[in-house]
Design a protein around this ligand. Structure first.
Ligand code: FDA
Length: 311
């Protein structure tokens, strides 16, 4: 029944304050609550504990303090300070020094200069601690501003930073060439937002074809690209292309999201592929969580079952 729900339905539901309040009450309440399947916890201690579990299985991590679309410069500054505290906590804990963040969390909606200042604050602390910082890609109104912000910082010497390119956007091959030319690192994903046909492929077959084309350019001309997908067909296409071109396994990495296809995560790592798990955490988990439901509506059945048990 839930499998029939379109991705658009989840975008609409993501805006529902009633659903958000219900989810906030029950989603993370106990260790078995439904949102914990995808979210490592609401605070950095829980995220670090989850990261340790992931690393015990021989996998790498990137930690993401969830948050997006802040509306004021004060909130953006608070998020920046939050990230710096997370970097300090990761450093003290000894787990992998790699974080992911979103620019609307740092004030991109307010103005680009505010966002650049905040990102610089984070990159300075990250650089001193030898961290890598990945800028996640949000929906298409932000693509240009995200790439421009990234490139501005790259060009003034911040090279501990990389970006994400979404294969569903028709522009992405050009963006990949632009980032490859800098020598910077790309994480390739299919794309998680609902986008209009004018800018994005709508059919899975077209998105997949673009993903394979872009993966090949990244493996050939890119700098340590991350191939981030749970799709076995994309993974097979990557390993087959790498074998055909004699590209060593340590010249790229696979990435997946926390809680999704754990079987594939460990089998790829056991086969000698560097493998990173994206570990999201924080109190602002609802939009991220709704995007995960939108990708696989069958997940809703599991959530409803857990909710009934919780109540
Ligand atoms: P696809 O959606 O075709 O799914 C293939 C198979 O994977 C499914 O059949 C199912 O088995 C499994 N699967 C996929 N999603 C699942 C889910 N939610 N629950 C259970 N099973 C699932 N997007 C973005 O726009 N900006 C970004 O910055 C990022 N960052 C990012 C980082 C990392 C590490 C990953 C893995 C993904 C992202 N994404 C992202 C999300 C990405 O764009 C995409 O929406 C998801 O990865 C789902 O696409 P797949 O490539 O997995 O393929």
């Amino acid at each position: 029944m839930f499998a029939a729900l379109p991705k658009a339905a989840f975008s609409i539901l993501a805006g529902s304050s009633m659903l958000k309040s219900l989810a906030s009450t029950y989603g993370m309440r106990s260790s078995s609550s439904f949102a914990r399947r995808f979210i490592a916890g609401e605070n950095v201690e829980e995220a670090i504990a989850a990261a340790r579990d992931v690393e015990r299985q021989g996998l790498l991590v990137t930690l993401d303090l969830l948050g997006e679309s802040v509306a004021s410069a004060d909130e953006a500054f608070a998020a920046t300070k939050g990230y710096i505290a997370v970097i300090d906590a990761i450093q003290a804990s000894g787990v992998g020094r790699n974080v992911s963040l979103k620019l609307t969390q740092l004030g991109l909606d307010i103005d680009q200069a505010t966002c650049i200042d905040n990102l610089r604050r984070i990159l300075d602390v990250a650089k001193a601690g030898d961290f890598f910082v990945r800028i996640d890609m949000e929906n298409s109104p932000y693509t240009d501003r995200t790439l421009d912000t990234f490139e501005t910082l790259w060009n003034i010497g911040y090279h501990n930073v990389g970006v994400v390119i979404q294969s569903y956007l028709k522009r992405s091959m050009d963006d990949i060439r632009r980032v490859n030319a800098l020598g910077a690192r790309v994480r390739l994903v299919k794309g998680a937002y609902r986008e209009p046909a004018a800018v994005a492929y709508q059919q899975k077959a077209d998105v997949d074809r673009a993903f394979v084309d872009q993966m090949q350019v990244l493996l050939t001309d890119g700098t340590y690209p991350a191939i981030a997908t749970h799709d076995p067909a994309m993974i097979d296409a990557t390993t087959a292309f790498a074998a055909q071109k004699n590209i060593a396994k340590d010249r790229y990495e696979f990435q997946m999201l926390y809680g999704i296809r754990r079987d594939l995560q460990t089998s790829l790592s056991a086969a000698g592929h560097p493998f990173r798990v994206y570990v999201p955490f924080g109190t602002e988990w609802f939009p991220y969580f709704m995007r995960r439901l939108g990708e696989r509506p069958a997940n809703v059945g599991f959530i409803v079952g857990s909710l009934l048990k919780e109540k």
